[in-house]
Design a protein around this ligand. Structure first.
Ligand SMILES: O=P(O)(O)OC[C@H]1O[C@](O)(COP(=O)(O)O)[C@@H](O)[C@@H]1O
Ligand SMILES: [Mg+2]
Ligand SMILES: [Mg+2]
Length: 338
């Protein structure tokens, strides 16, 4: 009989002094994910497909499920009594906890629904979360409270709504996976010690942006595409699910590298993905699974954000591949500096 999420958290509390308040936050997140999962499963029957008719702070069209998932997350987390501030992809400002609810010592950042373009086509989507310590817990949270590097994360994870609903979690002591038992509504531990091999034979990148990439990315991908006949001397396969959660999940299960590089279209945007609720939690999971995660120039977890919705270039997965493409950036930058 597998261990439930509650039993796992109790074990962590006794073995590793996991803060019970942090446990409670994770339980609240898991409850939010369960509720989102039920809505996703029912799709059109629950009236959750299609556009909401609004835009988020990133100027993206919000889907109904983006808005619904955000509301579910905000409500569950605020009521947990474990946080004193929330940042969501869908809300431009930092959210404080309402007066009538208790405050806790943590901050949470989340992407309530990742892979939005997959919602209406019944392909895997997910939710991503990152937990930070609040330096000074206070009733009115401010942007500055959140502006610390991802190294400070005390927990991170995602929930994937695919053929199965799976919750993947790290407290900085390895990566564990839970699968939602749909008959009992319980998350059960299905994998411990998740690890990513150093080598890879699969890569994921949106090749339609190739003409906009920087030279080191073009070089790296060209070499992968040359396969056995090129400098790499082996063939690589390619995948693109268009949901970071699903790409990361595949890498945690069978290896590979995922990339969303910056490009030359809008130099004010250092990438598409957002640091605080997409890149940081996935980077913490990768490093805890023995993989790596960089911006092409530095470890993602060392980036100190200037703003809560900051974007960043992402290269994550198999350590050897991430090191190689990061080295290509280093070489290109050094040549340019000469
Ligand atoms: O449109 P593209 O280039 O395929 O981008 C897909 C990427 O955008 C994202 O969907 C962005 O996340 P949101 O859906 O939360 O905005 C990533 O999950 C994914 O990797
Ligand atoms: Mg996302
Ligand atoms: Mg999203």
């Amino acid at each position: 009989m597998s261990m439930s999420l509650h039993q796992y958290l109790a074990r962590e509390e006794s073995l590793h002094d996991l803060d019970p308040v942090l446990s409670r936050l994770i339980v609240s997140v898991s409850e939010a994910c369960k509720e989102i999962s039920f809505k996703v499963r029912n799709g059109a029957l629950a009236g959750v497909l299609g556009l909401a008719g609004t835009e988020n702070v990133q100027g993206e069209d919000q889907k109904k499920l983006d808005v619904i998932s955000n509301d579910i997350f905000v409500d569950a987390v605020a009521r947990s009594g474990s946080v004193c501030g929330m940042v969501s992809e869908e809300i431009d400002h930092v959210m404080s906890v309402p007066e009538e609810l208790p405050l806790g010592p943590y901050l949470i950042c989340f992407d309530p629904l990742d892979g939005s373009s997959n919602i209406d086509i019944n392909v895997s989507i997910g939710s991503i979360f990152s937990v930070l310590p609040a330096v000074r817990p206070k009733r009115v949270a401010a942007d500055e409270d959140f502006l610390m590097s991802g190294r400070n994360q005390v927990a991170a994870g995602y929930c994937m709504y695919g053929p199965q609903t799976q919750l993947v979690l790290t407290f900085g002591r390895g990566v564990v996976m839970f699968t939602l038992d749909p008959t009992t509504g319980t998350f059960l531990l299905t994998q411990e010690n998740v690890s990513v091999a150093r080598e890879a034979k699969e890569f994921a990148i949106n090749c339609s942006n190739m003409r906009h990439w920087e030279a080191p990315v073009k070089r790296y991908i060209a070499e992968l595409l040359e396969g056995k006949t090129g400098v790499r001397g082996k063939d690589f396969n390619m995948r693109w699910i268009a949901a970071m959660v699903a790409e990361v999940h595949r890498i945690l299960q069978r290896g590979g590298i995922f990339m969303y590089p910056r490009d030359h279209r809008d130099l004010s945007k250092p990438g598409k993905l957002r640091l605080m609720y997409e890149a940081n939690p996935m980077a913490m999971l990768m490093e805890n699974a023995g993989g790596a995660a960089t911006t092409g120039r530095m470890p993602i977890l060392d980036v100190v954000p200037q703003k809560i919705h900051e974007r960043v270039a992402v290269f994550l997965g198999a350590a050897d591949e991430v090191e190689l493409v990061t080295g290509y950036h280093r070489e290109a930058d050094a040549a340019e500096a000469k």
